[in-house]
Design a protein around this ligand. Structure first.
Ligand code: PGA
Length: 229
């Protein structure tokens, strides 16, 4: 299983360091095959020791240059970061990233050999239209994306389940994951209000290869419970 923590705009450099120390102490007995990823904010990227992968929540498709407010490859290379989240719904929604822009970013980081956790997920109005609309919407979010990329991990995160406390039901997750698996033969994570109380059930669903966790990953104790089960 893959367990990924997305801190979003939370934590500082100092608190991230403490978090990682606390987390690693708590997950010392994790299953060897389980993989842990941590995506702190850009200001907390650093060199950390331990059995986990540090990734960037975002970066611009450039080595360096004049892109005010962005970070590029040069800033990630300083810490040997080779993993990135692309397509998160908050970047699509609040930062205005279009599918075309996202596909370009994907192609760039693919050409740099990054491991990419690529996020897709439908808004509530699409979910309310039924399963066919959901699948069409998710397929539209794969436009321009090389789904055969060997270092691709996909995260299905229904937008209405993110940060709302309302996770998708096991049936909804099972159906969507199994439908996606027919199209993409890559590890497939679920995200959206995952917490220690529901994580065990979600990882047991056929077609779920791991979890992308926001709010419930912010405390080391809570994320450790999700990993250890
Ligand atoms: P959440 O966020 O766990 O707070 O719902 C998940 C995500 O956006 O990756």
């Amino acid at each position: 299983m893959i367990f990924a923590a997305n801190f979003k705009t939370n934590h500082t450099r100092e608190s991230t360091k403490k978090y990682i120390e606390a987390l690693l102490a708590k997950i010392i007995a994790k299953k060897e095959e389980d993989k842990v990823y941590i995506f702190p904010p850009a200001t907390a990227l650093d060199r950390y020791e331990g059995d986990f992968v540090l990734g960037a929540q975002n970066a611009y498709m450039t080595q360096n240059g004049a892109f005010t407010g962005e970070i590029g490859l040069q800033q990630l290379e300083e810490f040997d970061i080779k993993t990135i989240l692309i397509g998160h719904s908050e970047r699509r929604q609040f930062l205005g990233e279009s599918q075309m822009f996202i596909a370009d970013k994907f192609a760039y980081f693919q050409s740099c050999g990054f491991e990419i956790i690529y996020c897709i997920g439908e808004p509530l109005e699409v979910r309310q239209e039924g399963r066919e609309s959901v699948m069409n919407f998710l397929l539209s979010q794969l436009e321009g994306i090389d789904i055969s990329y060997e270092k691709l991990i996909v995260a299905y995160e229904p937008v209405w389940a993110i940060g709302t406390g309302r996770s998708a039901t096991s049936q909804e997750i099972a159906f969507t994951h199994q439908a996606l698996k027919k199209i993409i033969q890559k590890p497939l994570l679920y995200g959206g209000s995952v917490k220690p109380e529901n994580s065990e059930e979600i990882v047991s669903i056929n077609g779920v290869d791991g979890l992308l966790v926001g709010s419930a990953s912010l405390e080391a104790e809570s994320f450790a419970k999700i990993i250890i089960g």
